[in-house]
Design a protein around this ligand. Sequence first.
Ligand SMILES: [Zn+2]
Length: 287
Amino acid sequence: MKTVLILVCLILPLSASTALAGFFESLANPESKEWKIITGATQVLSSTQEIDYPTERNIGESLALEGLQRFGNPVANEQLQKYVNLVGSAVAANSTRATIPYQFAVLDSQVQNAFAVPGGVIFVSRALVDILESEAELAAVLAHEIGHVSAKHALKSTRRAQFFQGVGTITAANLKGDTGKQFASAINDMQGVLFDKGLDKEMEFEADLAAMEAAYRTGYDPSAMIRVLEKLQKLEATSREKKGSWFSTHPPLDERIARLQTQLRHYPDFAAQASVKERFAKYGRVK
Ligand SMILES: [Zn+2]
C-alpha cells in the first residue's frame, strides 16, 4: 500500500499537475460541475447549519406536540419535573451546545423511551425513569438526548432539510401556501425518523459518547450510561411490547454497551465520580 502511494506521489507532479490544477480551480468555482457534485453530496448536512434558532425551535415544538399525543402528557408531579429539569440543565451546561434553552419533561408513558426534538425540548417516559436507580443514570439518559440536540441529528435526518435553506425564520404567520406544505412534509419526515424508524446508528453512538462526556464533566460517574443500557437489555429479553421504545428505535444494546465500555477507558477515575442515589430516591421517583 505504501509503495503504491509513493508511486502516485512521484508520478503526479510530472504528468498530472496541470490537469489537477484545473480540477482545483473548478472546485473553487460555484458554477462548475465539480463544485455542484461535491456540494450536492453534502447539501443535506450543510443546509442544517443555515437554520436559525427560532426556526429550529418552531420545528421542535411542532414535533413535541406530536410526541405528547403519542406518548402522553407530562406526569403531574411538580417536584419530579423540577428535579429532572435541574439535572438536565446541569448536564446541558456541560454539553457541546450549552447556549440554547433546554426543557425536560417526564411523560406519562408505560414504554421505556426518551427522545429529543430540535431546539432543546426533551422527553423521558415514566417507565424509563422507573427503572433508574441514581441521579447519574438519569443524567446519562438526558445527556444522550442533549447529544442529539447538540449535533442536530433530527434535522440532519430529513431529506427535506434543503427546504429550510434560505426560507428565513419560519413562524406561524408565514406558514401559508407552498411554504406551509413543505414545512408540514419536513415535519412529517422527522416524525417518522424520531418516533418510528429511529435515527442513524452512528448518530446513536455519537449521542452515547457525548452523554458520557457531558455526565463526566458535570461530576457524574460516566459508567452510569452503561448501567442504564444493561437494565434495558434485561428488560428487552422479557418485554413483548418493543414498539416505540429505546429497543426499537436504537441500535442493538450489546453494540452500544461494547462501544461505551471502550470509551470508558478515557475516564480512569470514573468510579470516584458521583452516583447520587439518595437524592434520586427522594425526588426522582414517579408517584
Ligand atoms: Zn438516541
